[in-house]
Design a protein. Sequence first.
Length: 326
Amino acid sequence: MSTDAPPSAQFAAETDRTGHFVRQQSRFRDWVRADGSGPHPAVAGRYHLYVSLACPWAHRTVIVRSLKGLEDVVSMSVVDPVRDERGWAFRDGPGHGPDPVNGFAFLAEAYAASDPEFAGRVTVPVLWDRGTGRIVNNESADVIRMLNAEFPGGDERLDLFPEALRDEIDQVNALVYPAVNDGVYKAGFAASQAAYEEAFDVLFGALDLLDARLSASRWLVGNRFTEADVRLFTTLVRFDPVYEVHFKCNLRRIADYPALSGFVRDVYQTPGVAATVDMDHIKRHYYLTHRRLNPIGIVPKGPALDLGAPHGRERLGPPALPWATG
């Protein structure tokens, strides 16, 4: 990455000279194995998730941990949603607190303990191995697949990455990730008008396609609930409160898309999901952390969201967890 990023860049090290935001690669990509092979065997109580409830990437892992019923298998702690130049911190506050595993004050200490040469941006989620005293993985896409299939004690009725649908799930993820998940950031962190407009157009082109797809099917792949739905949901649930205003993604709101807005309510109302959505953490993180975008630090009170309103998607297919319906 060029160091000649425009001075307006929120993250200069991840911005090219034309103002495009180019997200850094995840540094830690080891794997927990159910068969016990490798340095990270899947043992209940050995692993810990460091997350932010504000971050959509970390939110994926929180949802999957909840849906799989792994709360007693993989412990979890939450960082302060407001991040400064020192990075994610462990502080007492509503919904977050000290690090119960290592006593770290900042998540950067976990990175330094795992790789003293690491010089990138410290991100969440982090899957920590108590046995080796290091980070196993900080790539959310990997972590949700480990939570889905590798840990003992998970609900075997739920498979978010079924073998028969894997190719199609990967294809959908290949659209959603760059255009939507990362697309809102490419627009929001763009440091030039051209870079912003390029990301903006790709984002709304993808949202139009996804709304059409979800108007005919309750879920994105195979008309059953999969990881593709989780990955889309965590961006969409933040869209109207944050990205539409803060990241200037304002062509349309998710509320203006009939299928996408119903999809968000459908996922939110799935047992185990609503408790993972903390709108206070979400809004305070974005509006108080990105001072180049919001220098005055005022957090908007709106919009009014009724995520518990009827979604009307029952006619399109089965619910996410058929066994959990009343």
